[in-house]
Design a protein around this ligand. Structure first.
Ligand SMILES: [Mg+2]
Length: 314
C-alpha cells in the first residue's frame, strides 16, 4: 500500500495531490457515518463531493457496517440529506451483504435466527431467507421457551432490543456444529453526541463467542466479502483503480488494505491521525495494514480539485 504517489502512509494531502488522485482513480468507496454524515446531519460539502464524482463519471459506492436499515431506507436518507444521485445499486450495507452471503455463498437451507433490528430482517426477507419469528411471551425463559428445530444459521447484528433470552437461544442453536455463526460486522462501539457511546454488533458477537466457544464469520468490513459483492455487481472493478475513504482505521482502512485498495482516512469521524501514526510506527507489521495511504481533514477537501477540473474543461 504505497499509494499512487510512492509515499508510505498517513500522508496529509491537499489541493493538487487530491486532484491527481481524483484523476488517477475511477472507483470510490465511501463509508457513511463519520465520512459523509453524522447521524441525520450531512458533513458539510459531502453531498457536493459525491454528486461531483458521479457527474465526472466516477463509480461511487457506499460500504457501511450499519445493519439497522434496509437499503431502500438508505436511498431515502441520501436523498433527504442532499445526495440526490445515489441509487440502490450503489449501497452495500452489512445487512444486504449478509443476505447475499446466506443466499448465494452458503445457500442456507433452513431458518436463520437473527439477533438484530428490523432492517436486517427486511434484507433477509428480500432475499427470501426464512427467519425464526420471535413469538415468545414476555415471561418466557430459556427453561421453557420453544426452540425452532431447523435453525441453520445464527446471524448477529446491532440489536437495541437484545434480551438475555435471545442470547440464550442463540447459544443453544450454536451447539449444533452444522449451524453457521455469522456477524454482520465486528464494530465494538459507535460514537453518540455528548461523549456517549453505543455498544456495536461486535460486543454482542463477543458475548456469543464466549458462550459458544466458537468464532463468528464476519461479513462486513474489514472482511473482504463486501468487496466481492461489489466486484460481482460492477463489471471490471480493478482494485488498483479504487480508493476506499473511511473514518475508522480498524474497519475501513483494514478493509481497503485487505482488498488491495488505496485508502484515505478522513478526520471527521472516529479515528485520529495520531492513532494512524502509532500503527505506522508499530513494530508489529500486521498493524501497518491499518495505516491509511492518505489523510484529509474532511472529504470537502475534494471540492477545490473539482473546481480546478471544471475550469480546465471550460
Ligand atoms: Mg464510519
Amino acid at each position: 500500500m504505497a499509494g499512487a504517489f510512492g509515499f508510505k502512509g498517513c500522508q496529509k494531502i491537499r489541493g493538487p495531490q487530491i486532484r491527481n488522485l481524483l484523476e488517477a482513480k475511477d472507483f470510490f468507496l465511501f463509508d457513511c457515518d463519520g465520512v459523509i454524515w453524522h447521524g441525520e446531519k450531512a458533513i458539510s460539502g459531502a453531498a457536493k463531493v459525491v454528486n461531483s464524482l458521479i457527474r465526472h463519471g466516477k463509480n461511487v459506492v457506499f460500504v457501511t457496517n450499519n445493519c439497522t436499515r434496509p437499503r431502500e431506507n438508505y436511498v431515502h436518507k441520501f436523498y433527504r440529506l442532499g445526495f440526490t444521485d445515489v441509487m440502490l445499486e450503489q449501497i452495500f450495507s452489512s445487512s444486504y451483504c449478509s443476505a447475499l452471503y446466506l443466499r448465494d455463498v452458503v445457500k442456507v437451507r433452513g431458518q436463520v435466527f437473527v439477533i438484530g433490528c428490523d432492517g436486517l430482517r427486511r434484507e433477509l426477507q428480500e432475499a427470501d431467507i426464512p427467519c425464526v419469528e420471535e413469538a415468545d411471551d414476555p415471561d418466557a425463559t430459556i427453561y421453557d421457551c420453544a426452540l425452532a428445530p431447523d435453525v441453520k444459521a445464527v446471524l448477529v447484528g446491532h440489536d437495541d432490543k437484545l434480551t438475555f433470552l435471545k442470547l440464550a437461544k442463540a447459544s443453544c442453536y450454536l451447539r449444533d456444529p452444522d449451524c453457521l455463526f455469522l456477524a454482520t460486522d465486528n464494530d465494538p462501539w459507535h460514537p453518540l453526541s455528548g461523549g456517549r457511546i453505543l455498544p456495536g454488533s461486535g460486543s454482542l458477537t463477543a458475548a456469543l463467542e464466549v458462550a459458544s466457544g466458537r468464532k463468528a464469520t464476519v461479513i462486513g468490513k474489514p472482511s473482504r466479502f463486501m468487496f466481492e459483492c461489489i466486484s460481482s455487481q460492477f463489471r471490471g472493478v480493478d482494485p488498483a483503480q479504487c480508493l476506499m475513504v473511511g473514518d475508522r482505521l480498524e474497519t475501513d482502512m483494514l478493509f481497503g488494505s485487505n482488498c488491495g485498495l488505496d485508502t484515505m482516512l478522513t478526520l471527521t469521524g472516529v479515528s485520529q491521525i495520531e492513532e494512524a501514526q502509532e500503527y505506522r510506527n508499530s513494530e508489529l507489521t500486521t498493524n501497518h495494514s491499518l495505516v491509511p495511504d492518505y489523510v484529509v481533514d474532511t472529504i470537502a477537501d475534494f471540492l477545490p480539485a473539482f473546481e480546478e477540473l471544471d475550469e480546465q474543461s471550460n
